[in-house]
Ligand binder design. Structure first.
Ligand SMILES: *Cc1c(COP(=O)(O)O)cnc(C)c1O
Length: 468
């Protein structure tokens, strides 16, 4: 969550609120707004308080026009009802809410099967608040396994984790919080994600694992997980180093099983120790749920698992937080039940079709050059053509915002800092119709942008937000 600081100025001038907002006689009701940065002295009637909060929230964006985020912004009304029914159920209270706990267990079993665990009953897993927490847990398991293997040298030796420079920020957090050296494989030329050979070359006896991403938040491409495992197999033959792989499937682990069945990226590869996904991305659930799975008990050191008995029962748990609402887990189970394999395939296919359609239309414009085409994740990145000098991707992003579309522009990391792109994330709910409206707005902007004397967006950071 954003780290907030206290109010800038304490001596706030009270602003009047609409006298209609009161419960009774408008004339004698409150005309002064309550303070915003300290508790009001007295209670407000619920309708007044609700109206004030509601009005302020009107200025938030329209989430369906947000082409920056991967996170679900539309679910069926039935899912909303189920979620409301479960918002008071605490996920950690497995003894009081055994059925909610059972639905979580079934979701783990469903994912173990979907990701081809050789023995689904041996796989272990848990729900989390999202992929970030799932990645912290997976990273901790890798680190602990390494520390146990190297008990004679640790502490003293400094553990490292290998990954592409295109990793999502959660892996930088993991390395920072858990004091692991991040060894990053840079981008090179037209390669915008991990190179298996380069990753293997960075490994040494202090490597806790390699992270492969399905797929990259920068351009929607899948990293070559099977090739990565093969490169690490060869490394083991050469040197004896046995380096496990974690697959960060935040988005792709809920896309590839339905649309790319021939792609081998999951527990079919013996080197893959663990996989995470965001239930709230292409798992199609509102924000607040992720999943982490380990191939078997050996991949998840027993001493990281806690048993709490003071809520009754004795359920093993692995989590960073304690209390959490049951709503999202229940919604995940509902969505699994509701869609089944065929349903998921249909939804993801239509999202991929939309992505390819929009990418194709943008690629056909002289002004733009596609980096990816929306045929892996339904996500693609594009940049301006070499001869476009009057505007840049930041101008495009800023101008699209005037029409309500949130489309991030950002620069790539090493060694492609010279490259700035726009990324479009297609999600369930971004329909063909909405896509056409978006394309209309974009094509209408291009002639105006061409008439600019030079790129105009000075404050690049403020102009656009890159959302992983
Ligand atoms: C979104 C994303 C994450 C973080 O996921 P949250 O569910 O938002 O915590 C991690 N890795 C990748 C590859 C992602 O796309």
């Amino acid at each position: 969550m954003a780290l907030h600081k206290g109010p800038e100025k304490h001596d706030e001038r009270p602003v009047s609120v609409n006298p209609f907002f009161g419960e009774a006689n408008p004339v004698v009701e409150m005309t002064e707004a309550p303070p915003k940065h300290r508790l009001p002295d007295a209670p407000l009637p619920p309708t007044t308080a609700a109206q004030i909060v509601h009005d302020e929230l009107m200025l938030d964006g329209n989430s369906r026009l947000n082409l920056a985020t991967f996170v679900t912004t539309w679910m069926e009304p039935q899912a909303g009802v189920l979620m409301a029914e479960c918002r008071d159920k605490n996920m950690i209270d497995k003894d009081e809410y055994p059925r909610t706990a059972e639905l979580e267990r079934r979701c783990v079993a469903i994912l173990a099967d979907l990701w081809n665990a050789p023995d689904p009953s041996a796989a272990v897993g848990c729900s989390t608040t999202g992929s970030s927490e799932a990645c912290m847990l997976a990273g901790m398991a890798l680190k602990r396994r390494w520390a146990k293997r190297n008990a004679d040298r640790y502490p003293g030796a400094r553990p490292n984790l290998i990954m592409g420079i295109n990793v999502q920020v959660c892996w930088e957090k993991f390395c920072n919080f858990w004091e692991v050296e991040a060894r990053l494989v840079p981008m090179e030329g037209d390669r915008y994600h991990l190179d298996p050979q380069a990753a293997a070359e960075l490994c040494d006896e202090n490597t806790i694992g390699v992270v492969g991403i399905l797929g990259s938040t920068f351009d929607g491409s899948y990293e070559p997980i099977a090739d990565l495992c093969a490169a690490l197999d060869a490394l083991q033959e050469r040197t004896g180093l046995d380096v496990p792989v974690h697959v960060d499937g935040a988005s792709g682990a809920m896309v590839a099983p339905f649309l790319d069945e021939e792609l081998v990226w999951d527990f079919r590869l013996p080197r893959v120790a663990s996989i995470n996904t965001s239930g709230h991305k292409y798992g199609l659930v509102y924000p607040g749920v992720g999943w982490a799975l380990w191939r078997d008990k050996e991949a998840l050191p027993e001493e990281l698992v806690f048993r709490v008995n003071y809520l009754g029962g004795d359920m093993p748990t692995f989590a960073l937080n304690f209390s959490r609402p049951g709503s999202q887990v229940v919604a995940q189970y509902y969505t699994f039940l509701r869609l089944g394999r065929e349903g998921y395939r249909a939804v993801q296919q239509s999202t991929r079709d939309t992505a390819r359609y929009v990418a194709g239309r943008i690629g056909a414009l002289d002004d733009f050059r596609l980096l990816t085409h929306g045929d892996e994740l339904p996500v693609f990145a594009f940049t301006t053509a070499a001869d476009v000098t009057s505007y840049d991707v930041f101008d495009v992003s800023r101008r699209l915002r005037e029409n309500g579309w949130l489309v991030p522009a950002y620069t790539f990391p090493a060694n492609r800092e010279d490259l700035s792109v726009i990324r479009i994330v297609c999600r369930n709910g971004f329909s063909h119709d909405l896509a056409d409206l978006f394309l209309d707005d974009l094509t209408r902007l291009v002639p105006e942008l061409r008439r600019q004397p030079h790129p105009l967006t000075r404050d690049k950071e403020a102009a656009t937000g890159f959302h992983h």
